[in-house]
Design a binder for this molecule. Structure first.
Ligand code: FES
Length: 386
């Protein structure tokens, strides 16, 4: 198996793990305020002390030495930093396959030309709906027209057209039209990513979660579209956890293939890890990534299956799903070492069933949405520390 295949298939337990994927969350600042954002709700406490360009370059070099091949540059909105061109160029020199994950805000002709020169391989643009109303509502911005212009610019610069659309109750009925729009734009890949419930989307779960019927219909529409377009466009339909009866192998396993460096330099095995109690995450400002990956207590904590208790410990599927997501287990049940409640064998599975019922409750669904912004984040932090 090549390293690139290993990235896509996931490293197997028992092989020495390598951080094949490095995600650089270069800033938590963002001009959009998406209701479904997976960033931590307390992000405002992590926006100070962003890494400098030199510190990012040091992190890229250390991760490359450890075997990292794929680099995602995300945020927040990465283009709010004016050194992304330098970071991209260094990634190019180091031999990364680099993907810029962006809302499109801040992408200009000048910047995209510079990215091309620096060796940026891939740009993933988020789209939200075919209607201006839903796009602008769910992001709490006025970005509908801009996104279409940016999509055209990406195409003109000869990048593969890669769209990411987070799916929720407000746009799930438009999936057919969203796919038609993607075809018109000339998309090569479309990821229909059903909302997973972490961070801001967990706060807004009852307002965002579609019904099972909506989900099945959306999947059928997607399959029909796939049949029509054939290989012209690849469409990924990411099934939401809550409607599965077995959990996902989150991040392909804790500390198996993914390493995330956050805006202030904390190094995490997954996006939400800082919600877990009793863990201290190392920081690239004062720790070498080799030690972080191979020895730090935070990366060792849930690597493999030694930490498991029943029913995971003796489950025949334990290598397939590794007990699911530690963060989801903690966020829903308060116990990070329990089975992911998504699993129908989990003693906490009723929590998922209740969430699905709550999403059908018109009163809960009509509650105001909490948009991701500094003011709401501060309020949540103050509330949590009361
Ligand atoms: Fe943290 Fe799944 S998001 S283990």
């Amino acid at each position: 198996m090549s390293d690139f295949e290993a990235v896509n298939n996931g490293a197997k337990i028992g092989h020495a793990p390598k951080p094949l994927w490095l995600l650089a969350e270069v800033t938590y600042r963002c001009p959009l305020h998406c209701a479904f954002c997976y960033n931590p709700t307390d992000y405002v406490t992590h926006t100070q002390n962003e890494l400098t360009t030199e510190q990012w370059i040091k992190a890229l070099r250390e991760a490359r030495k450890l075997g990292a091949l794929q680099l995602g540059i995300s945020g927040g909105e990465p283009l709010l930093r004016d050194d992304i061109e330098e970071i991209v160029a260094e990634a190019g020199r180091l031999g990364y396959y680099t993907n810029l994950i962006t809302s499109g805000v801040g992408l200009t002709e000048k910047r995209i030309a510079e990215f091309k020169r620096g060796g940026l391989d891939h740009i993933q643009l988020s789209m939200h709906d075919i209607t201006k109303e839903i796009n602008n509502f769910i992001t709490d911005t006025n970005t509908f027209e801009l996104k279409k212009k940016v999509a055209a610019m990406i195409k003109e610069h000869d990048y593969p057209m890669v769209l990411n659309v987070v799916i929720h109750r407000y746009n799930i009925e438009h999936i057919g039209e969203i796919l038609d729009m993607a075809e018109q734009i000339g998309a090569d890949y479309v990821e229909l990513a059903n909302t997973q419930y972490y961070g801001w989307s967990l706060l807004n779960r009852a307002q965002l979660m579609p019904t099972k019927e909506q989900l099945l219909k959306a999947e059928a529409v997607t399959n029909k579209f796939r049949e029509r377009v054939g290989n012209k466009m690849k469409v990924f339909f990411v099934v939401p956890d809550y409607y599965a009866d077995r959990p996902k192998k989150c991040m392909n396993g804790w500390g198996e293939v993914f390493m995330i460096v956050t805006a202030n330099g904390d190094v995490l095995p997954c996006h939400s890890a800082r919600v877990l109690p009793g863990l201290t995450f190392p920081n690239v400002k004062d720790a070498d990534l080799d030690w972080v990956w191979n020895e730090s207590p935070a990366f060792m904590k849930y690597r493999g299956d030694d930490w498991m208790k029943e029913p995971c410990r003796t489950c025949p599927d334990k290598e397939k799903d590794l007990g699911g997501c530690r963060c989801q287990a903690f966020l829903l049940s308060g116990d990070a070492e329990s089975a992911d409640p998504v699993c129908s064998l989990s003693p906490n599975h009723h929590l998922i069933e209740k969430a699905i019922e709550d999403a059908k409750n018109p009163q809960l669904a009509a509650q105001p949405i909490v948009f991701r912004n500094d003011k709401n984040s501060r309020k949540l932090v103050d509330g949590e520390s009361d």
